[in-house]
Design a binder for this molecule. Structure first.
Ligand code: F6P
Length: 342
């Protein structure tokens, strides 16, 4: 069997671990051949390939990013995109694809499979951890650890200067990174997109923390919004899947907190630092297990499915389930953390 592999959407630590596991088991156990497609769906659309065999995957387990490159190309936004993909796969003698991606990449995979008969297995990745079909996506644990470490460091400098330090983290419309990083880093306020926040209440928590002689750390998810919404209209650039570029709430809060409390407030935007560099052990193991199960699924002809973590087991679920629902932070979980606020 000849299998194409691609990585699409925002990169995250652990992508190379999946690629390595797919190729090592596929070539070593099942006798598969592989083709690497560059930059997500752009690869099969434009027939842009690279060699992918055991020599190419040696040494990549701890490396961040993806040796295949990534993009947010949407094959359904390109005229005749699905037909071009089918023709290119046929021409290259590729029997099926392993697509490693998040909501958008897997959403396209699901449609390509369901509407155009493309043989594809999905592997879920995203630092946002917002795919409902799997308990965890790889990349999330690394992003949380990076953010937690940043919060640990910000505590000491905030205390020295008696400042409010705000940390803006990624996560799109889910607050998982903010919630886990804030809870593990001992943040004094955690603001997530799932619950609109009241700035005045944030300022009261800030005041309470200062009363303890320590300085407050506010963790804010990039998608979090105040009651009444952000004053700036959402007019920024959109990607091929129609997503706006988020960010800015941290600096907005900086001004609001300073104005209302008279305390100096400074924001740190962690940005792409959360997506770069070496994966944690948890992410390497999860990514490796996903890769092993994905290539077994291809061998078994389970096209149209996706690997998922359920408890401690890796299972196969329908690709359509992968993107059916956004997994957000449940209110009861958030309320558990409120005891540490202020
Ligand atoms: O989905 C992963 C993610 O890092 C989000 O948390 C973030 O909003 C988005 O991607 C940023 O995407 P880009 O790097 O394309 O600006």
């Amino acid at each position: 069997m000849r299998i194409g592999v691609l990585t699409g959407g925002g990169d995250c630590p652990g992508l190379n671990a999946v690629i390595r596991a797919v190729v090592r088991k596929g070539a070593g156990v099942h006798g598969h051949e592989f083709v690497g497609y560059r930059d997500g769906w752009r690869g099969p659309l434009e027939d842009d390939t690279m060699p992918l065999g055991v020599p190419e995957v040696r040494g990549i387990l701890p490396r961040g990013g993806t040796i295949l490159g990534s993009s947010r190309t949407n094959p359904f936004a390109v005229d005749g995109g699905p037909e071009r993909i089918l023709a290119n796969l046929r021409e290259a003698g590729v029997d099926g694809l392993i697509a490693i991606g998040g909501e958008d990449t897997l959403g396209a995979a699901s449609r390509l499979h369901g509407e155009h008969g493309v043989a594809v297995i999905g592997v879920p990745k995203t630092i946002d951890n917002d795919l409902a079909a799997t308990d965890y996506t790889f990349g999330f644990d690394t992003a949380v650890n990076i953010a937690m470490e940043a919060i640990d460091r910000l505590h000491t400098t905030a205390d020295s200067h008696h400042r409010v330090l705000i940390v803006e983290v990624m996560g799109r419309h889910a607050g998982w990174i903010a919630f886990h990083a804030g809870l593990s880093g001992g943040a004094n306020v955690i603001l997530i997109p799932e619950r609109r926040f009241d700035v005045q209440q944030v300022c009261e928590l800030v005041g309470r923390r200062f009363a303890s002689r320590f300085a407050p750390i506010v963790v804010v998810a990039e998608g979090a919004e105040p009651v009444g919404g952000m004053p700036v209209p959402e007019a920024g650039p959109r990607d091929a899947f129609g997503h706006v570029r988020l960010g800015g709430v941290g600096h907005w809060l900086e001004g609001e907190i300073e104005r209302r409390t008279g305390k100096e407030a400074r924001a740190t935007v962690l940005g792409h630092v959360q997506r770069g560099g070496t994966p944690t052990a948890f992410d390497r193991v999860l990514a490796t297990r996903f890769g092993l199960h994905a290539v077994d699924a291809a061998e078994a002809g389970r096209w149209g499915s996706m690997t998922a973590l359920r408890g401690t087991e890796i299972e196969l679920v329908e690709l359509t389930a992968a993107t059916a629902e956004l997994k957000t932070v449940p209110p009861r979980l958030y309320e558990e953390a409120e005891v540490f606020f202020g």
